[in-house]
Design a binder for this molecule. Structure first.
Ligand code: FAD
Length: 511
C-alpha cells in the first residue's frame, strides 16, 4: 500500500505498491526542476524529458501522496464549469479552445498508456449527464446546445446503462477512465528510463529565483533554469491563494450484489453533484461514487458526508459491501478555468499549474502540454487562455470574498460553541476541538489509542484558525486549504511550516 494525505485509505492506494526510484541524482544542475510528484508533476516531467530537457522531480513524501492518490480519475471533455458558463464568461472562441484542450488531454493519456504500455486500466468510454427535474432538463438543453456549438461530441439518448432515474440524458462520447496511481507510476518509470530523476521524501523548502533558480530541499541544494510548482497549490503567499477556494470531496468504492456494474461515467445535476463509474482492479469490479463536496473547514463532522453519500448510493444500487471510504481536496479557481503558466509576481522561469477544480486529471494533462510548449519553444499553447495572469472578464472575486466572509462567521460560531466544552475528557477517540485553556486557544484531538494531541490552531500560512476534519483526522485551514496532521505536521500546502505543538500536562502560556 502507498501513503496518502489522510487517515482513510483510497481504493487506489490500497491496491498500489510504492514507487521506488531507481536513479539517484548524480547532478545538482538541471534544465527543469518540478516540485510535486502527483499527476501534474510526473506528466510534465516526462513530456519535457522526452523532448530533450534534463528534469528532476522533488516529492515531499511519495508519488501520489496528494490528491492524485484520492481522486476518482474520470477524464472528461466537459467540465464542472459548464460550456454555457464558459461561453458567457470568456466568449465562444475561448470556450472552443477549452473544449479542444480537454480532447487533447484525453488523446495524450490514450497515447501515453498505449506507447508506454502502462497497465492502468485505461478505457475509453461514454459519459452521461442525468437531468432529474424540469429545471435540470432545461439546463441540460443549454449544455447540449453549447457542446454542439463548440464541437463537443454529444447526443440525447433515451436510456441509461444503469437504474438511476432520469428525465433526460445527455451522452458525451470518447471520455475515459484510469487507475491514477498506476498511470503515474507508469509515467514515472518511463521518465526514469528517459534519464529523469525522481526524488521522493524530498521537500522543496526554499527557492531563490534568478537565471539559475537555486532550490533548497530537504536533501540539499539544486539548481535549474526553470522551476514548476506542481504542488496542487503553490506554497508561500501568492495572489493565486486569493483566487483558489479549497474544497473537500468524498468517495466510496463499492461491491454490488449483482454483477450489474454501470458502464461509462455518470453524473447527476445536483449541487453538489454525484459522480459514478466502475473500475476493475485485479479482476474485481468496484463501483466508485463521489460527491458531497463542501468548502474545506466549513464542516468538522466530516463522517456525516460519508453517511449522506452512502444513503444516496443505497437508493440507487444493490450494495453488497462498501470496501473503501476516502476524501480528498481540490482547489476551485474563481473563474472556473485552471491557472497554468508563470507564477504571478515571479520571473518567467517560475511556473505553476493550479486551480483545477474537480477536473484536475484532465487539467493536469492540459498543464503538461501547456508547460512543455512554454519551456520548449516559448509558445503560449491554447492561446494563453490558462495563463495565471489573465485579466478575468467575470465577477469571480465577490464570490471569493463571500467565501472568506462565510468562513469567518463560521469560525466565530465555532469559538462560542467550544467555550462550552468544559473538560477535555469529553473528547472521544477520533474527535478534535478548538478549546480555550487558560485564555489560550488550542487545538486538541484524541487519537484512536486515547492519546491527546494539542497544537496551536493558527495556520502558519496566513493566520486563519484551523478546523478539525473528523474523517481524515487532520486539522484543515478553511481559508486556503493548508492541512496538518494531529501532531501539527503539514500534509497539504500552501503552508510550509508545521503548527506549533503544545505539550499537554505543562502549564499553557497565560495560566
Ligand atoms: C475526491 C476527488 C475526486 C476527484 N475526481 C476527479 C475526476 O474524476 N476527474 C478529474 O479530472 N479530477 C478529479 N479530481 C481532481 C484531481 O484529482 C486533482 O486536481 C489532481 O489529482 C491534482 O493533481 P496534482 O498533481 O496537481 O496535485 P497532487 O496530486 O495533490 O500532487 C501534489 C504533490 O506535491 C507534493 N508537494 C507539495 N508541496 C511540496 C513541496 N514543497 N516539495 C515537494 N513536493 C511537494 C505533495 O506531496 C503532492 O504529492 C478529484 C478531486 C477529489 C478531491
Amino acid at each position: 500500500m502507498t501513503n496518502r494525505d489522510g487517515n482513510l485509505t483510497s481504493l487506489w492506494q490500497d491496491k498500489a505498491r510504492d514507487f521506488t526510484s531507481t536513479l539517484l541524482p548524480t547532478e545538482r544542475h538541471y534544465d527543469v526542476a518540478i516540485a510535486g510528484g502527483g499527476i501534474t508533476g510526473i506528466t510534465t516531467a516526462l513530456l519535457l524529458q522526452q523532448s530533450g530537457k534534463s528534469c528532476i522531480v522533488f516529492e515531499s513524501r511519495n508519488l501520489c501522496f496528494g490528491t492524485t492518490g484520492g481522486t476518482t480519475a474520470h477524464l472528461n471533455t466537459f467540465l464542472d464549469t459548464p460550456y454555457p458558463k464558459l461561453i458567457k464568461n470568456f466568449g465562444k472562441d475561448a470556450a472552443r479552445t477549452v473544449a479542444r484542450a480537454t480532447r487533447e488531454a484525453i488523446i495524450l493519456v490514450t497515447e501515453l498508456t498505449s506507447t508506454l504500455n502502462i497497465d492502468c486500466g485505461f478505457r475509453e468510454t461514454n459519459g452521461y449527464i442525468i437531468a432529474q427535474t424540469e429545471e435540470e432538463v432545461e439546463e441540460l438543453q443549454s449544455i447540449h446546445d453549447a457542446c454542439l456549438d463548440l464541437g463537443v461530441d454529444v447526443a440525447f439518448i433515451s436510456s441509461l446503462p444503469t437504474q438511476i432515474p432520469a428525465r433526460r440524458i445527455l451522452m458525451l462520447r470518447n471520455q475515459a477512465a484510469i487507475n491514477p496511481i498506476e498511470y503515474v507510476h507508469g509515467l514515472a518509470q518511463a521518465f526514469e528510463r528517459a534519464g529523469g530523476v525522481v526524488m521522493q521524501n524530498c521537500h522543496v523548502e526554499d527557492v531563490d529565483p534568478g537565471d539559475k533558480v537555486r532550490i533548497e530541499t530537504s536533501q540539499g541544494t539544486f539548481y535549474a533554469r526553470s522551476l514548476v510548482y506542481a504542488t496542487h497549490i503553490p506554497p508561500g503567499i501568492n495572489l493565486l491563494h486569493l483566487r483558489c477556494v479549497p474544497y473537500r470531496s468524498y468517495a466510496l468504492a463499492i461491491r454490488l450484489k449483482s454483477n450489474d456494474y454501470p458502464e461509462g461515467l455518470l453524473y447527476d445535476m445536483k449541487d453538489p453533484y454525484h459522480y459514478y463509474r466502475t473500475q476493475e482492479i485485479d479482476g474485481i469490479n468496484y463501483l466508485i461514487v463521489g460527491g458531497e463536496d463542501h468548502k474545506t473547514g466549513s464542516k468538522s463532522e466530516t463522517d456525516s458526508s460519508f453517511r449522506s453519500l452512502e444513503d444516496h448510493v443505497r437508493e440507487h444500487f444493490d450494495v453488497k459491501e462498501i470496501t473503501h471510504y476516502w476524501s480528498s481536496q481540490f482547489f476551485e479557481s474563481v473563474d472556473g478555468l485552471p491557472y497554468i503558466g508563470t507564477l504571478p509576481g515571479h520571473t518567467d522561469n517560475i511556473l505553476v499549474a493550479t486551480g483545477y477544480g474537480g477536473n484536475g486529471i484532465t487539467h493536469s494533462q492540459i498543464a503538461a502540454l501547456t508547460l512543455r510548449a512554454r519551456l520548449m519553444t516559448g509558445e503560449e499553447r491554447y492561446e494563453g487562455i490558462f495563463k495565471p495572469g489573465r485579466i478575468k472578464p467575470v465577477a469571480g472575486l465577490p464570490k471569493f470574498v463571500q467565501h472568506n466572509a462565510g468562513v469567518a462567521k463560521q469560525l466565530l460560531r465555532k469559538m462560542v460553541g467550544l467555550d462550552e466544552l468544559n473538560g477535555l475528557d469529553r473528547l472521544r477517540p477520533g474527535e478534535g476541538a478548538i478549546v480555550r485553556l487558560h485564555d489560550e486557544k488550542i487545538a486538541v484531538c484524541r487519537d484512536n489509542d486515547g492519546m491527546l494531541h494539542a497544537v496551536h490552531p493558527t495556520c502558519t500560512h496566513m493566520g486563519c484558525t484551523v478546523v478539525w476534519n473528523s474523517a481524515e483526522q487532520t486539522w484543515d485551514c478553511p481559508c486556503h486549504g493548508a492541512r496538518y496532521s494531529m501532531e501539527g505536521k503539514v500534509v497539504n500546502g500552501p503552508a510550509d511550516k508545521d503548527l506549533e505543538q503544545i505539550i499537554l500536562g505543562e502549564p499553557v502560556k497565560g495560566s
